[in-house]
Design a protein. Structure first.
Length: 225
């Protein structure tokens, strides 16, 4: 049955995230969404059920809060938030976009044009210069982009140091938390030692010898040969 949507403004404090929303919104995504809202306004739809539970637009709500807004326009549908219709909106909003096909080369050309217009011009697109350089690597033949150094230079990353050598890496898995604690103890460390980064996924990362972590956005990926 077709539902009629009613548009209204609502206080952000009155909105509630759907308890079954399974999509996480990391800080870098929220930063891009917030930058987009600041520059273009709120043009993405936020759909809520009759009890103010968000069905679509969870990330936009978080980004709007980050910008300091107190209220936001929403589309309210007169259904229960736990109904099958509501769950279908929740899943559809997250998943239907995945069915689209992306022309990566055309995307890289748009992003390159934006990147050339200013240092922060990519903020709000979901990309930064490091990500764009990686995109160039997988969308250009070697005759255009021979390696990551060329891609980084083309994107305009003056801070990129071509003399940096790739570090050796090792991944270690533990049966349980006790084993991980014992391993750290052998190294004279504990879970709160400086230089150890703990992620929401439960994974930990560290340099050896210990040093401050590099930001994830600085990690580069190279095309497999």
């Amino acid at each position: 049955m077709t539902q009629n949507f009613a548009t209204e403004n609502i206080l952000l404090s009155d909105l509630k995230p759907h308890p079954r929303n399974y999509k996480l919104h990391p800080e870098d995504q929220i930063e891009h969404l917030a930058a987009s809202i600041e520059e273009h306004g709120l043009y993405r739809n936020i759909v809520i059920a009759k009890d103010n539970v968000v069905l679509a637009g969870h990330g936009v709500v978080l980004a709007a809060e980050k910008t300091g807004r107190k209220s936001i326009p929403v589309m309210r549908v007169d259904i229960d938030s736990e109904s099958q219709q509501a769950l279908k909106i929740l899943a559809g909003d997250n998943e239907i976009l995945h069915l689209g096909e992306v022309d990566d080369r055309a995307l890289s050309e748009i992003l390159k044009e934006l990147s050339d217009s200013g240092d922060d011009a990519l903020l709000g697109t979901g990309y930064d210069k490091m990500m764009l350089a990686n995109l160039l690597m997988v969308t250009r033949p070697s005759s255009e982009i021979a390696d990551f150094d060329v891609a980084a230079e083309w994107v305009g990353m003056p801070e990129y140091d071509t003399n940096i050598t790739q570090p050796a890496e090792i991944g270690i898995r533990f049966v349980d938390e006790d084993d991980r604690t014992r391993f750290l103890k052998e190294l004279g460390l504990n879970r709160d030692s400086k230089g150890i980064t703990k992620f929401k996924s439960g994974k930990w990362s560290m340099w050896w010898p210990l040093k401050e972590q590099t930001q994830l956005k600085e990690v580069k990926f190279e095309k497999a040969k």
